[in-house]
Design a protein around this ligand. Structure first.
Ligand code: ATP
Ligand code: MG
Length: 571
């Protein structure tokens, strides 16, 4: 098998101390455990689209394998035919690939192990370690007890091995209805750990599976399938989220009883993000009930949503690395995610000028019918890319916000009698605000100083402010989608009595508006990225068609995280 290649190759990685999982791995390599072999996996259940929390898990599992010269698998944990679909399988593969990871020939499905898992279940039955139970789901849950009160043993617990084997085989053969019987491990109904109280290993589900069709009508539970799948694949470090810590004794019990390869399970704290919902069930609700326009709505925390929003794979990997690996649950500020994409796009995005909320200006001393090309940089972070040219003419559009008729003290942009620099071009002075009958400003009359253009004698003359602009006759109209957070509350689950997370949806999370652009976007295709100077990073939405471009704002240029970071540093 080939070794995985790092998608980060060439990127400067920040030096930081080893996290606790790395410490375990390094110790295992040092002591020669598993022959020094490192093998991880990402085990999604194909019952929804991947989100940024899954991205964290992917980057962690795969990043460790890459860093320590190991291998990583992609395994679909497809043990529940009722909720799983091929659509999800496909989207998961697309998202993992897009993040920059290549599982090569190591794509697996838990459903491929059904036969092996079944054989192992028979082995448990034959060892007297599993039994067929006829209790209903409700009865089972009352029998289970509570964390402080032991459970009661099932009346079916002492069936003979022969009877259990016969019943289990008949379960497989389809002789019983859904819920009529289950196979349970025989462990300890008084264990303080509820997961050890004779947990269910197999249940009857008469349903077609997206891969095995109607071959099976009994399906292994997650707890039974998951650990054994890790063993089958020889996973050395089975990394999962904290809620599975209490399941670990069960996994270890199964490994011991079945005498199979002992994968070591290590738990870490799942990623929680402020202003963000990360439950697949709730995300599905948002999609199904039309609160968003599909899984890839740019406001969704799904990987496909982030992609459509304009996030880059590198920015997500950087984010996953920055947040590190915690042992306790915590909430990460969503501003850090936004900071991560800003950092990345700053280096990559072509600069253009666009005006979203236009105010027309007429340069009265600029000859009518004349225009010229002005040099502007493509990306100041990459001077080697050179220059782009921007048309300038007598009629321009500027941002309405960049003018005030009666400005307060701290407003340094355009006002009657005031000068500003038009970025890359001339200094202009506002001579007059023209109004309509309603007293609304319809346009400004300005004069320009011809000697203030780059390369001319007064090019460096200082004014207090520089604003962006476009030439009106050269401009094309585009659609612009501006996003705000999908939820108004930092913790969207914190809802009023009788309400749920949806009551915290932000009704203003999407604003569709028009924009005017002159140059720099010709030939741009879906997901191409730009910085609209002073307005933010934008990407071309796949909804664009020739003549009707649509742009999504990825983030504004204001970096809340950098500010928070500075404040913390100053403390
Ligand atoms: P559910 O099991 O409720 O359907 P899930 O989000 O756990 O939802 P899985 O498909 O089981 O979905 O997740 C695949 C992997 O991603 C698991 O190993 C899981 O631990 C990990 N994972 C899921 N959510 C997060 C998160 N928020 N942060 C980090 N890892 C996560
Ligand atoms: Mg899960």
């Amino acid at each position: 098998m080939k070794k995985n290649v790092s998608p980060d190759k060439g990127n400067k990685e920040e030096e930081r101390s080893l996290n606790f999982i790395e410490q375990i791995i390094i110790e295992d390599i040092r002591t020669g455990k598993n022959g020094g072999r490192i093998h991880t996996r990402f085990p999604p259940e194909p019952n929804g689209y991947l989100h940024i929390g899954h991205a964290k898990s992917i980057c962690l599992n795969y990043g460790l394998a890459i860093k320590y010269n190991g291998l990583y698998n992609l395994r679909f944990d497809d043990t529940n035919p009722l909720t799983e679909e091929v659509e999800y399988v496909d989207s998961i593969m697309e998202d993992v690939r897009w993040l920059g990871y290549d599982w090569e020939d190591r794509l697996y499905y838990a459903s491929d192990y059904f036969e092996q898992l079944y054989e192992w279940a028979e082995k448990l039955v034959m060892k007297g370690k599993a039994f067929v139970c006829d209790l209903s789901a409700e009865e089972m849950s009352t029998h289970r007890g509570t964390p402080t009160r032991p459970g009661t043993e099932s009346p079916y617990r002492n069936r003979s091995v022969e009877e259990n084997l016969d019943l289990f085989r008949r379960m497989r053969a389809g002789e019983f209805a859904n819920g009529e019987k289950v196979l349970r491990a025989k462990i300890d109904m008084s264990s303080p750990n509820m997961h050890m109280r004779d947990p269910v290993l197999y249940r009857i589900i008469h349903a077609s599976h997206h891969r095995t069709g109607d071959k099976w009508c009994i399906y292994p539970t997650y707890d039974y399938a998951h650990g054994q799948s890790d063993s089958i694949e020889g996973i050395t470090h089975s990394i999962c989220t904290l809620e599975f810590e209490v399941h670990r004794p069960l996994y270890d019990w199964l490994i011991r009883e079945l005498e199979i390869f002992p994968s070591r399970q290590i738990e870490f704290a799942r990623l929680n993000l402020s202003y963000t919902i990360m439950s697949k069930r709730k995300l599905l609700q948002l999609v199904k009930e039309g609160h968003v326009n599909g899984w890839d709505d740019p406001r969704m925390p799904t990987i496909c949503g982030l992609r459509r929003r304009g996030y880059t794979p590198g920015s997500i990997r950087y984010f996953a690395d920055r947040i590190g690996v915690a042992k306790r649950d915590n909430v990460i500020d969503v501003a850090l995610l936004e900071h991560s994409v800003r950092e990345d796009l700053n280096k990559k995005a072509t600069r253009v000028m666009a005006v979203l909320s236009p105010l027309k200006i007429v340069i009265t001393n600029y000859p009518e019918g004349q225009s010229e090309e002005i040099d502007a940089v493509i990306n100041p972070e990459m001077p080697e890319l050179g220059k782009r040219s921007v048309p300038f003419s007598r009629e321009l559009l500027i941002e309405r916000d960049d003018f005030m008729e009666d400005p307060p003290k701290k407003f340094f942009r355009l006002a009657p009698g005031r000068e500003v620099r038009l970025k890359y071009a001339y200094i202009i002075k506002c001579e007059k605000a023209v109004k309509n009958d309603l007293g609304e400003i319809t346009e400004l009359h300005c004069t320009y100083d011809p000697l203030t253009r780059s390369g001319l004698p007064d090019a460096n003359r200082k004014v207090k402010s520089t604003i962006h602009w476009v030439s009106q006759p050269h401009s094309q109209e585009v659609e612009v989608r501006l996003f705000d957070r999908l939820f108004r509350k930092e913790n969207p689950d914190d809802a009023e009595e009788g309400q749920d997370f949806k009551s915290n949806l932000n009704p203003e999370s999407l604003k569709v508006t028009k924009g005017y652009i002159t140059s720099g976007i010709d030939g741009a295709g879906a997901l191409d990225k730009f910085q609209f100077e002073r307005l933010g990073y934008f990407c071309v939405d796949p909804d664009s068609v020739p003549g009707r471009m649509v742009f999504n704002r990825t983030v504004t240029l204001r970096d809340a995280w950098a500010r928070i970071g500075q404040k913390n540093a100053a403390r």
